[in-house]
Design a protein around this ligand. Structure first.
Ligand code: PEP
Length: 250
């Protein structure tokens, strides 16, 4: 049985003050949704604050990106070892905004995934097709290609404790959500790729849905057999809404 994971990607939002309030709200409601694992992904500069406020709360944290490099002359980058200093359990890799706005390739995403695993940080590998790709009928080919880049580098065993987030790009921040069946179909396809390599690992891999998930649609999405949680953007900036999504997965 896979424990559901509801994770908040805060993107480049918030201030010390608003994040303090958001964390307080999440802390207050976390016990009520204990059946679901919670995690938050703040901007790097607020990691210390997040660690301080969540160290005694049942909520994990991580960052939205990391460098594929270990250390050195890489101005503006943040190494995985630095995330360990703040006890990050997870890190997002390959979010569609990183892929499209910052040119991250499948190969680079795979190297970031590997860098995280090497340090014992669980990568959350984000995959998903654009609207154009869906309309061309190549959704499966796109997610298979994105997944294969990581499988080729790291092997199927890496997915026993890694997480995959299927995020159709056309549903991110648009208010347009995939139907529960559309999401389930792609999740089934992703799991089938893993099953073909190792059914025991595939049974353990959590596959989250992301793309305008909110309290109003979470119940239906989270009731699907292969949807093991959610990666939430906009709705995770409101503690009540974020917790209501988690509650829908209990
Ligand atoms: C995301 O960016 O990971 C995301 C799912 O965003 P939103 O929930 O705002 O669509």
């Amino acid at each position: 049985m896979r424990r559901k994971l509801v994770a908040g990607n805060w993107k480049m939002n918030g201030s010390a003050d608003s994040i303090r309030k958001l964390l307080q709200g999440i802390r207050e409601g976390a016990a009520e949704v204990a059946a679901v694992e919670l995690a938050v992904f703040p901007p790097f500069v607020y990691l210390g604050l997040v660690e301080q406020q969540l160290s005694d709360a049942p909520v994990a944290w991580g960052t939205q990106n990391l460098s594929e490099q270990v250390s050195g002359a890489y101005t503006g980058e943040v190494a995985g070892s630095m995330l360990l200093d703040f006890h990050c359990a997870y890190v997002l890799v390959g979010h569609s905004e990183r892929r499209t706005l910052y040119g991250e390739t499948d190969d680079l995403v795979a190297r970031k995934f590997a860098a995280a695993r090497k340090l014992g940080i669980k990568p959350v590998l984000c995959l998903g097709e654009t609207l154009d790709e869906r309309e061309q009928g190549v959704t499966e080919a796109v997610v298979a290609r994105q997944l294969k880049a990581v499988l080729d580098l790291e092997g199927i065993g890496a997915f026993a404790d890694a997480v995959i987030a299927y995020e159709p790009v056309w549903a991110i921040g648009t208010g347009r959500t995939a139907t529960a069946q559309q999401a389930q179909d792609v999740h089934t396809f992703i799991r089938a790729q893993l099953v073909a390599l190792d059914p025991a690992v595939a049974a353990k891999t959590r596959i989250l849905y992301g793309g305008s998930m909110k309290a109003a649609n979470a119940g239906e999405l989270l009731s699907m057999a292969d949807i093991d949680g959610g990666l939430i953007g906009g709705a995770s900036l409101d503690a009540k809404e974020f917790l209501a999504i988690a509650k829908a997965g209990v």
